[in-house]
Design a protein around this ligand. Structure first.
Ligand SMILES: [Fe+2]
Ligand SMILES: [Fe+2]
Length: 184
């Protein structure tokens, strides 16, 4: 498997782990004081800063090459490209919900839980579909040069969760992760 495709799979493992953490935080939100706003914001910021800006553009490039090269998976690729746009909107809503829930009233916490669940569900379904359908198709149809070009067209940013500077960029997440298991 090309290292770019392996990286996309690894990104999904890390993102799924973050969605699990976010889900756990949402489940206890009504009983948690103070609100774990910083941790939740950092997780959503990660989705904006890494998933939206690095991970999705690599996939977008690969899906476009696939669309140009074969009729296989045409509708599915279009669907996935559209889902990348939806997540931008969901993260924006989620960050707003975290901000407005900071006061701790029940209605704003309910809205935060709803926004969080929507983001988690979208992300999980999206990644699951890519893992099962889109990535195997990329593996079958694309050449090594396609993967090289897709990764080379973007800054070579590594997953910030694997960056030694994670403690500076995402301090709350770093300390949370250090209490439990580390990322892959
Ligand atoms: Fe994607
Ligand atoms: Fe993905």
């Amino acid at each position: 498997m090309h290292k770019t495709l392996a990286r996309l799979y690894r990104d999904h493992l890390n993102s799924n782990r973050l969605m699990d953490i976010l889900e756990g935080q949402l489940e206890v939100l009504k009983f948690t004081k103070p609100l774990p706003a910083k941790l939740m914001s950092e997780i959503v910021s990660y989705v904006r800063e890494y998933t939206d800006k690095i991970h999705h553009p690599i996939e977008d490039h690969l899906y476009q090459v696939l669309l140009a090269r074969t009729d296989r998976g045409h509708d599915e690729m279009e669907e996935l490209l559209g889902q990348h746009l939806i997540v931008v909107d969901l993260t924006r809503k989620m960050l707003q919900a975290v901000d407005s829930a900071d006061g701790g009233d029940n209605d704003s916490i309910d809205r935060l839980i709803e926004a969080g669940r929507e983001l988690i569900s979208h992300q999980r379904n999206h990644m699951n579909f890519e893992d099962r359908m889109a990535f195997p198709l990329l593996q079958e149809e694309l050449k090594d040069e396609d993967f090289d070009i897709a990764a080379g067209a973007l800054p070579d940013d590594e997953d910030p969760l694997l960056d030694p500077n994670i403690a500076t960029r995402y301090p709350e997440l770093f300390s949370y992760l250090n209490k439990g298991e580390l990322m892959v």
